[in-house]
Design a protein around this ligand. Sequence first.
Ligand SMILES: Cc1cc2nc3c(=O)[nH]c(=O)nc-3n(C[C@H](O)[C@H](O)[C@H](O)COP(=O)(O)OP(=O)(O)OC[C@H]3O[C@@H](n4cnc5c(N)ncnc54)[C@H](O)[C@@H]3O)c2cc1C
Length: 357
Amino acid sequence: MKEIVIIGGGVAGMAIAWEAQKNGYKVLLLEKDACGGGASQASAGILSPAGKSCGDPELNRFIWEGIRMFPDWVKELREVHDSDPDLKMEGVLYPEEPELKTRIASLEDVNVSYQVLGKKEIKNNFPWFDVEKAVLIEDEGRINPRKLMYLLKDALLKSGVDIRENTEVLKISKFEENWKISIKNNESIFTSKIAMCTGAWAQGVEDWVPPIKPMRGQIIELAGEGMEFPTHTVHGAASYMVPQSGHYWIGGIVQDRGFDDSIDKKTLFQKVAIMANWAPIFTKAKLGESWCGFRPGSPDERPIIGERKGLEGVFWATGLFRNGVSLSPVVAKNFISWMNGSFKPNQDYPFSPNRFL
Ligand SMILES: Cc1cc2nc3c(=O)[nH]c(=O)nc-3n(C[C@H](O)[C@H](O)[C@H](O)COP(=O)(O)OP(=O)(O)OC[C@H]3O[C@@H](n4cnc5c(N)ncnc54)[C@H](O)[C@@H]3O)c2cc1C
């Protein structure tokens, strides 16, 4: 039987584990803490290209391939474990801002339509949204990332994937024809195929470490009852708001501060103020908990996917940065096709780890 050891149980590692078991692999997933506890748990769950990706056609296409897979992917997972991750492909609203031009220009290439909304249409359809002009990108959406993590983990367990939590990998080194994975409890595992999905905790092999650094993101939750609160995600250049299971998550912070997990309330309140300018109802909402997470950021903001020259058998899936949830199903699909030999990337493959050699 084909075997694979996956290191890291975030959305990338679990999506790959799912695809691997479907393709007949015996899967062992090693997670240093609890599955879904890293960046994936902290995410906003917006299914739309974020950051520089709209201006990067190859990345934009890849993200859209991922977004389009969500309805079938979630359906497939729910056939094994029926819990609802609140997937809503109802569209995302963008207030008119100069940055919106790049996003709109990127849509033609991926064959996505959008509606330009004037004041009257906004008032009729989104009475809580107080802007003169906006754009609705209908094919975009949202999912509750915590519920998705729960669904993925349970679907994996029910499908026979061996998940070992609280199992930190310390070192990976060559051992004859195989790879030796050294674990914190002094145990060693030998395998020919490894999926490296350690997110912002860049894990090296031999003397190579992928150039990943943690990019801190933060979200504050707001609650409101009995008023006309937003029905749709609003995505501005400097602040976003996503309705999640009866609450509203506001974020849009990207900070290069290492693994500093303190909460920067001042910046979070600025994000709330920007959003309240577009949706004044938020001045009446109650502030709830806030949290932070560490996105795996690569120097060019592109993911790092596949084998690195000289380290055959180790496949990376990291650097998903601001788009890891949207990308997860397509990364997993590409990854397994690559391992199976049905996808053979050429030298110019835009997400290869070899671009950093
Ligand atoms: C605030 C915030 C908002 C975001 N919003 C969105 C959004 O709206 N849409 C979107 O698509 N993306 C969003 N993202 C980005 C997305 O969350 C990430 O790109 C994605 O979660 C990365 O997934 P991952 O599996 O690579 O990393 P992680 O989820 O961090 O998983 C990596 C896992 O590896 C484990 N690990 C690390 N080292 C080891 C080791 N040595 N041994 C064993 N296990 C190890 C970690 O414990 C962790 O569980 C957001 C991120 C943040 C922080």
